[in-house]
Design a protein around this ligand. Sequence first.
Ligand SMILES: [Zn+2]
Length: 169
Amino acid sequence: MHRVETIRFVAEGPLGKLVKWLRLIGFDTLYEPHIPKGIRNIASAERIRLTRTKNSLVFTSVQPVLCIRSDHVRDQLRQVVWETKIRRKDLRPFSRCIRCNSEIHRVDKFEAASRVPDHVWETHETFSACRTCGRIFWPGTHTRRAGRIIDALFGEVSPEEDETKTEEP
Ligand SMILES: [Zn+2]
């Protein structure tokens, strides 16, 4: 369908959870309800449209469209990965802000000092920041859980360890 390096998505509502997961594994993903109406067409051009409604297939005939079948984010993510032929080595986990889609960058520990809870600052050495929304990220239970979910996605652990059904990133 697309070269993996250039795969970018725009998701329609109500696919907000899927958007977070695609950003978490490193894919540039816009969430349509968050794009100002005036620039929606421009912003979503040359992106694969993720939709839950078959009507979108009619309206956007020039744009690649992926009609998401499941209500469960785990299965939605699996469908996207499968149908766009994304491989595990194509992922760039934790490279993108799950809130605003910008790339995140490693920051100095002291830069993070006033922006994270004290106990987090004292117990962690590596921090990343989103320069767009200012959110700070650090490795933690979150990261490990996401790692297990990625393993499950590519069939490397048993499904009962797959936690996407109950956990959000
Ligand atoms: Zn951000």
